[in-house]
Design a binder for this molecule. Structure first.
Ligand code: NAP
Ligand code: F7E
Length: 383
């Protein structure tokens, strides 16, 4: 008999990769999904199975992190060996607009999971992974950040996650539960939500190159993030729950990059060199060179794609609307403990991550351009 896992936040980026990974390992995966007016299961549709089939390995339950009774009923029905608590209002900027809701879902939601396991008498059976975050380090007290670095949260999101972190530690110590925090630094992928900075950039650049969009407005270009690939990071979540003893681990690449450099590298990926000029909200990114000519073909004739005519144009601009009331300027993790104790090693570096994300978005936008303009066929890189 394989193990049974319950994943909250199964419809999110990490939930989707983790479900696929656990199913391949022989798990039966149960997931909690919110009711929405649309399906909202795009990321896991390839794993979906008809509820009338016997022996399903993916089973979805309606639920919400704000609803204790519903969570307790699901935990009771599923009797999971492992719970991966990934559900959260996960957008830092949005947490300034919805602080109470974020605290409820991200902070108290974690308590609800822990308490349901305890009340149902599952404390010695069910192992719990809590999706903690590098945002806890906020105004960093040490460089690089590791498990012992003091926290200094800088957003309602991070403060809520700080409660979740400590309540997880408290339940481990008070009730002997196998409850662990993965302190994960930013991780991205083609499945990343469209409003996080990396995906916003890879989508916008693909659209700019194809002439669907003229420019992109960004926030703080100088902050630095330690970006990894979500496919590597979900493996760490699994490893954390397979250890002999519960503990907390930092998961990071140890490399940090500015938003500005991420944008430049993503443009490079499609043969476009960009130059940044000016400062603060007056900073712009201009097209300095196009190294790979991009052709489009329509009804037999081929000509240069719209981007070709745009040398010198300002394609990246700053809108202070995207600035945060308090910013996390620098994150860089030290994952020595994970490497030595879990044997965790990331396969992707930043170049590979950007390549994966750009290839995916160029493919998506190519489809969009084709549908919109009725018959474009984009050649070269876009082929
Ligand atoms: P994500 O793509 O935003 O997914 C969040 C998931 O939580 C979605 O399935 C979402 O459902 C669900 N959710 C939100 N509010 C909920 C509620 N009230 N009740 C039930 N489900 C709810 O986030 P992610 O990038 O996969 O991250 C997974 C977890 O790791 C999150 O807890 C995040 O805070 C944390 N984390 C992420 C990173 C990172 O860089 N990605 C780093 C450190 C920690 P819908 O699909 O219905 O919106
Ligand atoms: O911002 C700057 C922004 O929204 C990264 C979540 O998964 O990782 C994520 O949180 C940086 C910030 O991620 C734009 O100011 C500039 O400095 O992609 P982000 P985040 O805030 O780091 C952590 C680890 C989590 O736990 C969270 O759940 O990029 N930035 N211009 C921008 N950010 C956005 N979103 N949009 C911009 O236009």
């Amino acid at each position: 008999m394989g193990k049974t896992a319950l994943i909250t936040g199964i419809t999110g980026q990490d939930g989707a990769y983790l479900s696929e990974f656990l199913i391949k390992k022989g798990y039966t995966v149960h997931g909690i999904k919110r009711r929405a007016s649309l399906f909202n299961t795009d990321r896991i549709d390839h794993l979906y199975q008809d509820p009338h089939l016997d022996d399903r390995n993916l089973i979805l339950h309606y639920g919400d992190m704000t609803d204790s009774m519903n969570l307790t009923r699901i935990v009771s029905e599923v009797q999971p060996d492992e719970i991966y608590n990934l559900a959260a209002q996960s957008h830092v900027k949005v947490s300034f607009d919805t602080p109470e809701y974020t605290a409820n879902v991200d902070g108290l939601g974690t308590l609800r999971i822990l308490e349901s396991v305890r009340l149902l008498g599952l404390a010695s059976k069910t192992r719990i992974y809590q999706a903690s975050t590098s945002e806890l380090y906020g105004l960093v007290q040490e460089i690089p950040q590791k498990e012992t670095t003091p926290f200094y949260p800088r957003s309602p999101y991070a403060v809520a996650k700080m409660y979740a972190y400590w309540i997880t530690v408290n339940y481990r110590e008070a009730y002997n539960m196998f409850a662990c925090n993965g302190i994960l630094f930013n991780h991205e992928s083609p499945l990343r939500g469209e409003t996080f900075v990396t995906r916003k950039v890879t989508r916008a650049l693909s659209r700019i190159a194809l002439g669907i969009q003229s420019d992109v407005y960004m926030g703080n270009l100088s902050s630095k993030r330690d970006w990894g690939h979500a496919k590597d990071y979900i493996k760490a979540m699994y490893l954390i729950l397979q250890q002999d003893k519960p503990d907390d681990y930092v998961i990071a690449t140890g490399v940090t990059t500015t938003i500005r450099d991420f944008i430049s590298q993503a443009f490079n990926e499609i043969g476009i060199r960009i130059e940044f000029k000016g400062e603060g909200s007056n900073e712009t990114g201009e097209i300095a060179a196009i190294n790979t000519p991009v052709f489009v073909e329509k009804i037999g004739e081929s000509y240069l794609a719209p981007i070709q005519k745009r040398i010198g144009e300002k394609v990246v601009k700053v809108d202070p609307e995207y600035f945060r009331p308090t910013e996390v300027e620098l994150l860089i993790g030290d994952a020595t403990k994970s490497r030595t104790q879990l044997g965790w090693e990331p396969k992707y570096n930043l170049d590979m991550l950007i390549e994966d994300m750009m290839a995916n978005d160029v493919k998506n936008m190519k489809k969009e351009a084709y549908l919109r303009d009725g018959g474009y066929r984009i050649l070269n890189y876009f082929e």
